[in-house]
Design a binder for this molecule. Structure first.
Ligand SMILES: [Zn+2]
Length: 288
C-alpha cells in the first residue's frame, strides 16, 4: 500500500497517522509544490462547476416519493417537491413520473410560475401549479406534497371535518380546510392545471399545514421535505382512524388545538428517527 493510501485509510478509520507517514507526506507535498512551480504538473482548474442543487435535498425528494408510494399514500399519481434554499424563487420536483419510480436524475428545477428552467423535452406534471402557487403564497414553506390518498377522500366530499385523532397527526388540530374547485371554476376536470387554480388552492390552505381537495385528494406542506412527507402520511392514517372512530358511534374526544400545538413540537424532535426507518424500508429499491 502506498504512503498516501495508508494515510487515507488511517483517516477513514479514525486512526492516528504514524510519524514516518507524516514525514513522507510532507516530503511528497514539497515535491508536488516544486513540480507545480516548475510547470511540470497542471494545477486544478480554478473555476468550480456551476452550483448544483443540493444532493441531500434531492435524495429527500426521492426517498419521500418512494416512501409514500410504498405506504399507498401515493399511487401512480401525486408528487413531492422542495423549495431550493439557494434560490427561494425556484423549486425542485420530478419530471412526470410515478412516485415509486423517481430517481435523482428525474428531478427538475422550476420557477414560481411553474416554468421548467431546462425542460430538455421532458414531460412535466400538469399539477405543478399546486407547488408553485403555494411557494409564492407561503415563504415559510420549504416542501409541498400532493396526494390522492384514499383515506382522506371521504373528508373532502362529506360534511365531517378532518380532526386530530392522535399525537402524530397533531398538526391537524389547527384545522384542515377543504378546497372546492367548483366554487371558483365551475365544472372542471378537477385538476390544478393552471396558476389561477393553484392560487385559489393556496388561499384556501392559508396558514395551515394541510388542505383537502374535494373529489381529488390533499396537499400537505412543511419547513422540510421530511415534515411535509410525515404530514402526508399521518393525514392519511388519521383519516382512516377517524372513519373507524365514527363507525364505533358516540362522541369522539379529539385533540384540542392546545394539545395539538404541544404534540406537534415533539413530532419535530423525533422526525429523524422515523425518517431513517422509512429510508431503510425503501433503500433496497434504490440499489442499482
Ligand atoms: Zn392531483
Amino acid at each position: 500500500m502506498s504512503v498516501t493510501s495508508r494515510a487515507k485509510l488511517a483517516i477513514c478509520l479514525g486512526q492516528p497517522i504514524g510519524t514516518d507517514v507524516k514525514y513522507r507526506l510532507a516530503r511528497l507535498g514539497a515535491v508536488v509544490a516544486v513540480a507545480l512551480l516548475g510547470g511540470l504538473v497542471q494545477a486544478p482548474a480554478q473555476t468550480p462547476a456551476a452550483p448544483a442543487a443540493d444532493a441531500a435535498l434531492i435524495e429527500d425528494i426521492v426517498i419521500g416519493s418512494r416512501v409514500l408510494a410504498d405506504f399507498g399514500v401515493l399511487d401512480g399519481f401525486g408528487h413531492v417537491s422542495a423549495r431550493d434554499p439557494k434560490n427561494p424563487n425556484h423549486f425542485l420536483m420530478s419530471r412526470s413520473l410515478a412516485p415509486a419510480l423517481v430517481t435523482a436524475d428525474d428531478i427538475m428545477e422550476f420557477d414560481l410560475d411553474g416554468n421548467a428552467v431546462d425542460a430538455r423535452g421532458r414531460t412535466l406534471f400538469l399539477e405543478r401549479f399546486i407547488h408553485s402557487e403555494i411557494y409564492k403564497a407561503r415563504p415559510d414553506v420549504m416542501s409541498v406534497v400532493h396526494t390522492h390518498s384514499p383515506g382522506v377522500i371521504p373528508f373532502g366530499v362529506s360534511q365531517v371535518p378532518l380532526r386530530a385523532m392522535f399525537h402524530n397527526a397533531a398538526f391537524l388540530a389547527a384545522g384542515a380546510p377543504v378546497w372546492d374547485i367548483r366554487k371558483d371554476f365551475g365544472e372542471t376536470d378537477m385538476l390544478v392545471r393552471d396558476p389561477a387554480r393553484g392560487k385559489s388552492l393556496a388561499e384556501r390552505l392559508g396558514d395551515k399545514s394541510v388542505v383537502l381537495m374535494r373529489g381529488h385528494g390533499d396537499v400537505t406542506v412543511g419547513p422540510s421535505v421530511k415534515m411535509a412527507v410525515f404530514r402526508a402520511y399521518y393525514t392519511d392514517v388519521n383519516a382512516r382512524l377517524q372513519s373507524q372512530a365514527i363507525a364505533l358511534g358516540g362522541v369522539i374526544n379529539y385533540l384540542t388545538p392546545g394539545e395539538g400545538a404541544k404534540a406537534d413540537t415533539i413530532n419535530f424532535v423525533v422526525l429523524d428517527r422515523i425518517w431513517n426507518l422509512w429510508k431503510m424500508r425503501i433503500a433496497p429499491s434504490l440499489a442499482k
